[in-house]
Design a protein around this ligand. Structure first.
Ligand code: ZN
Length: 304
């Protein structure tokens, strides 16, 4: 082999090593793990492409029952920050979140940061409601909590860029609430009543002036199931209040709500909303903002 050829080979080897190194650096990008896809979307909007955002729950997942694989659990322990909804929402992965905490992974539990309210289940529960995202104002507050946690815990972030993106996202949320309020103004006051499949709309009702008449599953979690007495009581409430529609989550079977609609009267309609989770691309709920717009339109059409 000539000297020139040896030199060229050495150059090629050096180039390969450089390429290999940059590949390794890619694997060391700062990483934020987010449990729910709704908070995953909010986080993406804040951090852009600067940080690797890994969202555990796929579109359509039920956050109450979702469970994690061993590979996902391992990823959490090397994250720079773990963002969870908290207040007991993620029952299926509570153990994994606890394990990450013991490993020293910084954790932001968002719901406790945004002025949570108790469940309104006939006053028999003092437990705080984790479903804060049904109130966009609280998602704006959550945006600020997430921004602050990222700046504090994730190394090497571009703080000015993160601040700008968070501000822009809060502005879009503000436009959303204006649009939702305008839609709901067309619903007569006496029709602003909601029956849902579980207690998911406490924050929404408070923010936009609705009354929650009841839930098919009279609980704050989809993991509970109703007794026949619960159904009879709710059926009576639906009949006497003249509610025109029952809203069910797109990830939940609507069989019970169908039975209830039949028992309560012919004109009760069962309408699907995206309440717990984003949907797939093209579902009308591929982002948080789109999900809320779709829900607001369907609620308005169902009640007015
Ligand atoms: Zn729920």
């Amino acid at each position: 082999m000539t000297r020139a050829a040896t030199f060229l080979l050495a150059l090629a080897a050096a180039a390969a090593m450089v390429a290999g190194c940059s590949g390794t650096a890619g694997a060391d990008r700062p990483t934020v793990v987010v449990t729910t896809n709704i908070l995953g979307d909010v986080t993406h909007n804040i951090v852009g492409d600067d940080i690797d955002v890994r969202v555990l729950m796929p579109p359509g997942a039920d956050p109450h029952s979702f469970q994690i694989s061993a590979a996902q659990a391992a990823r959490i322990e090397s994250a720079d920050l773990l963002i969870s909804n908290g207040l007991g929402l993620e029952e299926g992965i509570a153990h994994t979140v606890q394990a990450a905490r013991s490993e020293g992974v910084p954790i932001l539990e968002v719901a406790p940061q945004v002025n949570p309210i108790p469940f309104d289940t006939h006053g028999d529960s003092a437990a705080l409601d984790p479903h804060f995202w049904t109130d966009p104002d609280r998602v704006a507050a959550a945006t600020e909590s997430i921004r602050d946690a990222v700046v504090r815990h994730v190394p090497g972030v571009d703080r000015a860029a993160i601040d700008d993106r968070a501000d822009a996202y809060v502005d879009r949320i503000s436009d959303l609430t204006t649009a939702m309020t305008a839609l709901f103004d067309s619903i007569p006051a006496e029709s602003r009543r909601l029956v849902t499949n579980h207690h998911v709309f406490g924050y929404f009702a408070e923010r936009f002036g609705f009354e929650v008449i009841g839930a098919v599953v009279p609980s704050g979690t989809t993991l509970a199931s109703p007794s026949s007495a619960d159904l009879a009581e709710l059926s009576e409430a639906v009949r006497t209040s003249g509610v025109g529609a029952i809203f069910v989550d797109s990830s939940q079977p609507s069989k019970l709500a169908d039975v209830l609609a039949k028992e309560s009267g012919e004109r009760v309609e069962v309408i699907e909303l995206f309440t717990e989770s984003l949907g797939d691309a093209g579902s009308g709920a591929s982002s948080y903002l789109e999900m809320m717009e779709t829900n607001a339109t369907r609620i308005t059409e169902g009640l007015k």
